[in-house]
Write a protein of this length. Structure first.
Lengths: 589, 186
């Protein structure tokens, strides 16, 4: 018998669990397999960390994203080697594109088998190198704890993102020295959070003079935290500058706020896109001039000075050349900005702003979200308006899949606080919403969590209903079922002469029976008159619900900036959408 | 030599020292990137270039600080000014990257490359090759009755010129290390 181990001596597998505890992790989303069995054995022998058994590793990462996005804490995933890791790749890439902090721990074949094409071996660090912020292969148990602590640091510092630690099975069995977070190696990775004060002062000067300013906010505000959102509200409300937001930034400024002019971008509001096009000062706060936002780049807001606040230097001047870059954390920069603006007397160009708001009100009068109602068919917009109405005032979180329903949800649901809206913005991952909703529900067991879905996206990860039922996550799956790949169909109408190539499903499941098969509740609504009662039944049911809302099959999602068009060249609800995308725009996505 | 100004976040001289942002002119820049010498770091840097469609004209890498486990990667790349700035920012935000220096804009620098050239021939062309090698200060590091291996160090353009001259004289093989570069002065 060996002498008793010092407390810091332990196996690699034990270290993993210890490191997670020391990092404050409460939940791990994962799926066991040969190369992670020692870690699962340690998980079995403790009660502090809860493990949620998913049905597919992609689901695990999306759940971790939902958890992270709704709490501000990193999400943690545990998968096995080979297919476990490759299945996680879509989720990891999704987290990278949307800057979501996720720590993925993957098992690997033992070090002596690496490179031999062993069973369930894949070059996980090689495969995930381009889709993580950083990743590590740990070959020595003495560096394992340190590496996990570094992984948490990297995932949550600067612009957040996914990281991966690949742990061979022999390292999990081997003994080594555990290092607590406080003693982990000093990180040279310390992104700058304070913005340059001269630049911030220049921005204050621009704000004081601007006649037509606009705040263009993005997911970076939410990533910066609730305090940053509070500062944004203070700045907007005190200065009277209109606020628009990207898909990722919804909720940072409340939709009920007086300066809110709606989401911008391809399916953004007319008034928001017109304001972006005609402004004389654009203040980009934590957004990245994504191509869904800019439309045609050389026609993007031609007459404005542009300031860009971002924690990631590579976001600056990547797509749109800006006049005033400020590199720093949104919260820190806004705090300094407000301090300087107040100390200089809270000046704004009142006359200019008054004219600007009058102009914006004229644009609002266009009523760009108008749609033709129906007494016989459920319009998807109507279903969402009723959902909004019947859930108002509740502690509500919304996730979505990807497609038309996602854009309608962004247009018709209103968010008055951050971390309430989880959607796959950058990667546009169909199949995100269901697992994400479970991740949110695990983090907020008492809250109302709704996944607004399309039937096609939803089917991509529907196996996770098993997870929802097993872990009693009462998620509400609100499926706008048009029996079509709605957005693909819309583009085929706009761009491909109404030739609907493979954009409908001929053998959809009966979603109510499917719900029963999973052991949860199924509800169907087929007529507008049923919608309210059906939604109430969904809300009243205590467990998970699959809500099959049969909607208009060929409804288009409008307004829309067709690819290759400028912001002020939008398709509005009463426009002719046939072959709306012409010329070079046809090559764009 | 100071590190890339990006981390300063200053806007007075534009955070990026962009010269003409709208110029579509293709420039060649020599970057020195100081990285942790850890497994996969080179793949990470190269993957950035291939993944985002940037060019690599030349690349050298070796550990330069054995105690600190730091390597210096010297990359010669080409692109428009906007692309060059993106490359630097993308490199700068990678976790194992400590410093990014653009030797092309941070004042003058010296650039050297080492090349080995095998020239096979007999008679007059063999003598001519040796004579030219002397002019170019190339050393003979291997010799048989029918061949020489020349070693030469210099700017890439000098090696190009020497190789062009050797071609008609029987150049059969050439190995080049890629550019190593340092800023001039302190």
């Amino acid at each position: 018998m060996s002498q008793q181990m010092a407390p810091s001596q332990m196996t690699g597998a034990k270290m993993v669990v210890q490191a997670l505890k020391d990092q404050g992790v409460e939940v791990v989303f994962g799926y066991p397999g040969g190369a992670v069995l020692p870690i699962y054995d340690e998980i079995f022998q403790q009660n502090e960390i809860r493990h949620i058994l998913v049905r597919h590793e992609q689901g695990a990462v999306h759940m971790a994203e939902g958890y992270a996005r709704s709490t501000g804490k990193p999400g943690v995933v545990l998968v096995t080697s080979g297919p476990g890791a490759t299945n996680a790749v879509t989720g990891i890439t999704d987290a990278l594109l949307d800057s979501i902090p996720v720590v993925v721990l993957s098992g690997q074949v033992p070090t002596f088998l690496i490179g031999t094409d062993g069973f369930q071996e894949a070059d996980t660090v090689g495969i995930t190198r381009p889709c993580t912020k950083n990743n590590w292969l740990v070959k020595d148990p003495n560096t394992l704890a340190d590496t996990i602590h570094q992984a948490f640091h990297v995932a949550t510092s600067g612009r957040p993102g996914p990281v991966l630690v690949d742990i061979p099975k022999d390292v999990q069995f081997a003994e080594g020295t555990y290092i607590p977070p406080q003693k982990a190696r000093t990180q040279h990775y310390q992104p700058r959070v304070k913005g340059d004060l001269d630049a911030i002062t220049q921005l204050v000067e621009l704000i004081e003079q601007a006649e037509r300013p606009v705040l263009y906010t993005g997911g970076g505000v939410i990533n910066s935290g609730p305090a940053a959102c509070q500062l944004l509200c203070e700045l907007a409300d005190a200065s009277g500058i209109p606020v628009t937001s990207t898909l990722m930034g919804l909720g940072a400024y409340p939709a009920s706020g007086k300066n809110w002019i709606g989401m911008l971008g391809m399916h953004g509001l007319y008034e928001a896109n017109m304001a972006m096009h005609d402004c004389d000062l654009m203040i980009n706060i934590g957004a990245r001039f994504d191509d869904r936002i800019t439309g045609r780049v050389n026609a993007f807001s031609p007459n404005s000075r542009k300031a860009h606040i971002d924690i990631d230097p590579s976001s600056i001047n990547k797509v749109i050349r800006v006049d005033l870059p400020i590199i720093g954390d949104v919260g820190h920069v806004l705090e300094d900005l407000l301090k300087i603006w107040k100390s200089r007397g809270r000046k704004t160009n009142r006359e200019g702003l008054a004219r600007w708001w009058k102009q914006i009100d004229d644009w609002k009068a266009v009523n760009c979200l108008a749609y033709k109602g129906s007494g016989t068919v459920i319009k998807p917009q109507y279903a969402l308006q009723r959902l909004e109405e019947l859930t108002r005032g509740r502690d509500r979180y919304v996730t979505t899949e990807v497609g038309q329903h996602q854009m309608w949800a962004a247009q018709f649901l209103h968010f008055d606080g951050p971390n309430r809206w989880m959607t796959s913005g950058g990667l546009g991952t169909m199949g995100y919403g269901l697992p994400a909703s479970i991740g949110v529900q695990i983090a907020h067991p008492e809250a109302l969590v709704i996944n607004v879905a399309g039937e096609a996206s939803w089917l991509m990860n529907m196996q996770e209903m098993g997870t929802a039922v097993q872990f009693r996550a009462p998620v509400k799956q609100f499926i706008l079922n048009n029996e079509r790949l709605g957005m693909v169909r819309q583009w085929q109408q706009l761009l491909h002469g109404e030739r609907y190539s493979h954009s409908w499903s001929e053998s959809l499941p009966d979603f109510v029976k499917l719900a029963e098969a999973f052991g949860c509740k199924g509800i169907r609504a087929t007529h507008p008159d049923e919608v309210d009662d059906a939604i109430r039944a969904m809300l009243d049911y205590e467990g998970p619900v699959i809500f099959d809302c049969l909607v208009e099959k060929h409804e288009n999602c409008l307004p829309m900036i067709p690819s290759g068009n400028a912001h002020n060249d939008m398709l509005l609800p009463d426009g002719d959408v046939r072959n709306a995308i012409k010329g070079a725009g046809g090559a764009l996505v | 030599m100071s590190a890339l100004q990006i981390s300063q976040g200053s806007s007075k001289h534009s955070a990026y020292e962009l010269r003409d942002p709208h110029a579509e002119v293709i420039e060649s820049h020599t970057l020195a990137v100081i990285v942790d010498n850890e497994p996969g770091v080179l793949a990470r840097v190269i993957g950035l270039f291939s993944g985002r469609g940037y060019n690599i004209e030349s690349l050298t890498v070796a550990e330069t600080d054995h105690q600190g486990h730091r390597s210096r990667i010297t990359i010669v790349t080409t692109g428009t000014p906007q692309v060059i700035e993106q490359i630097k920012a993308q490199l700068g935000r990678m976790v194992p990257v400590h410093e990014v220096h653009d030797l092309t804009v941070e004042g003058s620098s010296v650039e050297r490359e080492l090349a080995l050239l095998k020239v096979a021939g007999k008679g007059e062309s063999r003598i001519e090759a040796l004579r030219l090698a002397e002019i170019f200060r190339a050393n003979v590091v291997d010799s048989t009755l029918e061949s020489f291996v020349f070693e030469m160090t210099g700017a890439p353009s000098k090696i190009d010129a020497f190789a062009d001259l050797m071609r008609p004289l029987g150049l059969t093989e050439i190995a080049r290390t890629g550019v190593a570069a340092l800023a001039r002065g302190v």
